[in-house]
Design a protein around this ligand. Structure first.
Ligand SMILES: NC(=O)C1=CN([C@@H]2O[C@H](COP(=O)(O)OP(=O)(O)OC[C@H]3O[C@@H](n4cnc5c(N)ncnc54)[C@H](OP(=O)(O)O)[C@@H]3O)[C@@H](O)[C@H]2O)C=CC1
Ligand SMILES: O=C(O)C1=N[C@H](C(=O)O)C[C@H](O)C1
Length: 263
């Protein structure tokens, strides 16, 4: 399978390229960067860095770990070439999320703010816990490396959305955003953000009640976890009809949880 990586020069782009070099079935055929990139004129894993406009050979799938400002051009290209795309970029605003929905009517897209299996499972556990502990105060903490541009992380927001959906609430109505001062409003979901050194990605969801609290933690110490998840997503996506998919669709976690809860 021919794979084009968008954001190829970045931390995640490099991790995906390393994972592709270990794959028996998938190969890197294009390393896409921005028009301003310092990497143009250089190569990686035997492939020259190039812009999307310079791409000559259409791949079987795109894996996008770039930045929000690249989204529109990336989606338009995927539609034009009728090529599935795994979108892993975070920090998208509401109109960009809307663009994803629209584009998915024309081409298969998988949107994953976190491609690890652990976070896909954690989202299900958070929805379940939020429903079961319906009065608990929910707070979400995330920690990442000092270069991360967006915050709260895409994963933290996805976990907040999972908690709200577990309580059949609208996330926008219950989200308190990043906490600063003032009393906590009952039923709100607050976020705390830490940026330091080389932390790869850590998330904690706390469900606190008087006298006890449940803490659900996930820590990634190596970006190959995200890279391998993205390859798994790409492998799965190329077999799907147009539509918008998520990691949970690949892993069928909802069915497993449902079976367990009903056994
Ligand atoms: N879903 C997941 O599991 C994960 C998602 N992420 C997300 O992935 C994204 C990238 O993270 P990370 O690798 O750390 O970030 P980096 O800043 O290291 O990499 C982003 C790369 O995107 C490239 N880029 C910028 N604009 C464009 C453009 N218009 N077209 C093509 N490439 C472009 C830049 O390359 P150049 O300057 O050379 O053009 C840059 O190297 C972030 O949104 C992050 O939150 C991160 C980890 C896991
Ligand atoms: O920028 C990162 O590094 C990460 N971004 C993703 C996010 O915003 O949730 C996923 C991961 O935690 C690493």
């Amino acid at each position: 399978m021919k794979v084009a990586v968008i954001g190829a020069s970045g931390r995640m782009g490099q991790a995906v390229i390393a994972a592709l070099q270990n794959s028996a079935t998938m190969e890197l055929t294009a390393a896409i960067v921005s028009e301003q990139s310092n990497s143009l004129g250089k190569s990686v894993a035997g492939v020259n860095y190039q812009t999307l406009a310079q791409l000559e050979q259409t791949p079987d799938v795109f894996i996008d770990f770039s930045l929000p400002q690249a989204l529109t051009a990336n989606l338009n290209y995927a539609i034009e070439k009728q090529t599935p795309m795994v979108v892993c970029t975070t920090g998208l605003d509401a109109s960009q999320r809307q663009q994803l929905q629209q584009a998915a009517k024309q081409v298969p897209l998988l949107y994953a703010r976190n491609t690890s299996v652990g976070i896909a499972l954690l989202e299900q556990l958070v929805a379940l816990s939020a429903a079961a502990l319906s009065d608990a105060d929910i707070e979400i903490f995330e920690a990442h490396h000092k270069y991360k541009k967006d915050g709260p992380s895409g994963t933290a927001l996805a976990l907040g959305e999972a908690a709200a959906s577990g309580r059949q609430q609208s996330f926008d109505e219950v989200s308190a955003g990043v906490r600063s001062d003032g009393e906590r409003q009952q039923g709100s979901i607050g976020f705390s953000v830490l940026r330091a050194a080389d932390i790869v990605g850590e998330h904690q969801v706390m469900l606190a009640q008087e006298g006890e609290r449940l803490e659900l933690n996930h820590r990634v110490s190596d970006r190959k976890i995200f890279a391998e998840g993205a390859l798994r997503a790409a492998n799965w996506l190329v077999e799907q009809p147009k539509g918008l998919y998520h990691m949970k669709d690949i892993l069928a976690l909802q069915q497993s949880l449902h079976r367990l809860l009903n056994s």
